[in-house]
Design a protein around this ligand. Structure first.
Ligand code: B12
Length: 473
């Protein structure tokens, strides 16, 4: 129990909520055209009693004034921002302002986070956060609140809209379900939510969906297809609002005609699918064998047939990946006519089974969490290539995917949503180019030259292809 804050509390208390994003992760993510708003803090604010004044600072939008007069600070953050947040926390605590930390990194690394905070929240906080605020008000709070049971989401409030700050070009964001039934080795969600999938009542989700004044809505669900019957009921109830929406789903969604039919009727314009890899061995190796690579083309076509675009989540660096994976993946994405892709370098987030295995095998190269960004740094020793090759292959993938030729091949193959996928692809191509120029300037170089890397990757691919041919022949 901590009783330090009970005295001299003003009648109205002020709570500062921070959505943290370190300068390093902002630099890494500068090529993202759409920088989506995180829900967490506007949502947690909805649990705060009305006597509190709540301020939300989203570091993607504005810097933090460390001299601000507040009674309590709450910070949410991902692993790459951890050191930055510990620094921020230290500055507030030096001024005698208590700091509460929560979010994925805290849940996965509680001992580390505890050393930098007055109070930490391990796991989901729907029950513990209001409890803590009550404890805080009477000056008797604990240092750690753990969610002992996963909370039901039957009666959770809508996030406070006035606390959204980012102009992310969407009209609204919400979540309908939480959790995912799968246990992929690299995914933090499986550890955070213990594979327990829960859903908000359809009517409550539909009411929040309808309450957004904008046309485009994002469902920030881990896997909106976790419970497909629930999802279909939800789609039927949001269809009358005639908005457009997108969400993340597992590959099973693409095999379910009724799911896709209702998704399309209710305004779904794009589905993000974690295809992860076109190597079945790689998928089997990280317990994502339910992704059947031989089904990818049919699944993508099926989604396209419903007028829905596909954004593929792709990860490079699995143990079975060799240098040819980059070219082969891009060949696949182009021939399948995928509209958008998010490429990631495999990153073993601490607390995941992947991290534990690589640590046992002595393959973790750094514990500098700021490098756990999945975009600019390789933090482990890949099995069949050097970290440098993995990084170059990742850059090659981005550059080729957003090149004019690739754009033409992909969008001509499937012109689904061409009117918006074309400008979005062009915007990404421009953003990537300017990010490359900034990166080159950061490093004091004139130009980042990937052309030579491309030709060397292509020669590796050609050698592999001829090897395969000669084996077959
Ligand atoms: C939406 C989302 C995004 C959005 C917005 C996030 C943002 N920072 O702006 C975008 C697309 C921008 C994004 C980016 C990234 N993301 Co992301 N993202 C998600 C996703 C799908 C949903 C998060 C969400 O809104 N959940 C709903 C809210 C209500 O839940 P919550 O945040 O967990 O909060 C609950 C508890 O954790 C707790 N809580 C959280 N914080 C706090 C703080 C306090 C004080 C308290 C009391 C409680 C508390 O209370 C809440 C209620 O229970 C999650 C998956 C997931 N389910 O977490 C991945 C996830 C969080 N992302 C992840 C990653 C890796 C990233 C990136 C690093 C990817 C990249 N390579 O660029 C970046 C980092 C961006 C950044 N600026 O830091 C990982 C995090 C792993 C980790 N160890 O940190 C996750 C878990 C995905 C995964 N499968 O592994 N992301």
């Amino acid at each position: 129990m901590d009783t330090r804050w009970s005295n001299h509390m003003p009648a109205q208390r002020t709570l500062l909520l921070i959505t943290a994003s370190s300068p390093a992760i902002r630099r890494v993510r500068r090529s993202r055209v759409l920088n989506f708003q995180q829900i967490t803090m506007p949502y947690l604010a909805a649990f705060v009693p009305p006597e509190w004044k709540v301020i939300h600072i989203d570091e993607e939008v504005s810097p933090i004034d460390i001299t601000i007069a507040v009674d309590l600070v709450g910070i949410t953050f991902h692993t790459p921002s951890a050191f930055h947040v510990y620094d921020l926390a230290a500055q507030f605590r030096k001024r005698g302002i208590p700091v509460a930390l929560g979010g994925p990194h805290v849940t996965l690394m509680p001992e580390e986070a505890q050393a930098h905070a007055d109070v930490i929240f391990v796991g989901e906080a729907e029950l513990q956060w209001p409890q803590f605020l009550r404890d805080f008000e009477i000056g008797r709070h604990m240092h750690r609140y753990c969610s002992t049971a996963v909370p039901a989401l039957n009666a959770v409030p809508m996030a406070r809209k006035e606390l959204y700050h980012r102009r992310d070009f969407t009209g609204g964001r919400l979540f309908a379900t939480r959790g995912c039934p799968h246990a992929c080795d690299f995914c933090a969600v499986a550890v955070m939510y213990q594979r327990k999938v829960r859903a908000r009542p359809v009517a409550a989700v539909a009411a929040e969906y309808a309450s957004f004044p904008g046309k485009v809505v994002i469902f920030w669900d881990d896997n909106l297809a976790s419970d497909r019957e629930y999802a279909k009921a939800l789609f039927r109830s949001i269809a009358p609002y005639r908005k457009w929406w997108s969400s993340q789903v597992s590959i099973q969604a693409g095999k379910d005609a009724e799911f896709l039919e209702w998704a399309a009727k209710s305004g779904c314009k794009q589905l993000f699918i974690g295809l992860e890899s076109i190597s079945q061995q790689s998928m089997n190796g990280v317990r994502k064998g339910f992704n059947r690579v031989e089904e990818y083309v049919r699944v993508i076509e099926h989604i396209h047939e419903h007028g829905i675009a596909v954004q593929a989540g792709i990860v490079f660096g699995f143990d079975q990946d060799t240098e040819s994976i980059f070219i082969e993946t891009l060949d696949f994405l182009e021939s399948a006519g995928v509209q958008n892709a998010t490429f990631n370098i495999l990153t073993p987030y601490p607390g995941t089974p992947l991290y534990q295995r690589l640590e046992r095998e002595g393959r973790i190269l750094t514990r500098d969490w700021s490098k756990y960004n999945g975009r600019e740094d390789v933090v482990f020793q890949p099995r069949h290539m050097s970290p440098k090759t993995l990084l170059e292959g990742y850059h090659y993938a981005n550059q080729r995917f957003y090149s004019g030729t690739s754009l033409y091949r992909r969008l001509m193959h499937s012109p689904v949503g061409l009117w918006w996928t074309l400008p979005l692809n062009l915007a990404y191509a421009l953003a990537l180019r300017s990010a490359r120029q900034d990166a080159a300037a950061d490093r004091g170089e004139l130009l980042v030259r990937c052309a030579s890397r491309r030709s060397s990757l292509e020669s590796v691919s050609a050698i592999n292809a001829s090897k395969t041919r000669s084996t077959r022949g």
